[in-house]
Write a protein that binds this ligand. Structure first.
Ligand SMILES: [Cu+2]
Length: 128
């Protein structure tokens, strides 16, 4: 084998090691930013794609806040614990399609003062 052919063979071998692209059934996660302040929760978008999701809570307020999330019709609560002012907390979860989720801050009195929001998910998974 000539030197040039040897290099070519090495490049082909390296190309075979490059991982295949992620399958269409595994789209990138939806992302939602929730901004907390006294006393509101603002969503970066009202509706996101179902499936894997990354929710972040940014505390733009002066007091600690947390974030709880429950699909309407379910008892399961997922959440982000206390986040200090200026800090961000992150939650990775899976969202069901065509659902509504209640979001709230569970620190006493905060939800009643307005720290509640509703998130909706689209009917279809992305890429299907
Ligand atoms: Cu709060």
């Amino acid at each position: 084998m000539s030197r040039r052919n040897a290099i070519g063979a090495a490049l082909l071998a390296a190309a075979a090691l490059v991982p295949a692209a992620a399958p269409a059934s595994d789209p990138p996660p939806s992302r939602l930013l929730v901004t907390a302040r006294e006393f509101s929760l603002s969503l970066s978008r009202p509706k996101v794609a179902p499936g894997a999701a990354i929710v972040q809570l940014y505390n733009y307020g002066e007091d600690p806040h947390d974030l709880n999330l429950r699909r309407i019709g379910s008892d399961r609560v997922q959440g982000i614990g206390d986040v200090e002012p200026g800090e961000t907390g992150t939650l990775e979860l899976r969202l069901r399609k065509a659902s509504r989720y209640r979001l709230w801050c569970a620190i006493p009195t905060h939800a009643g003062l307005g720290m509640v929001a509703t998130l909706r998910t689209k009917a279809k998974l992305p890429g299907r």
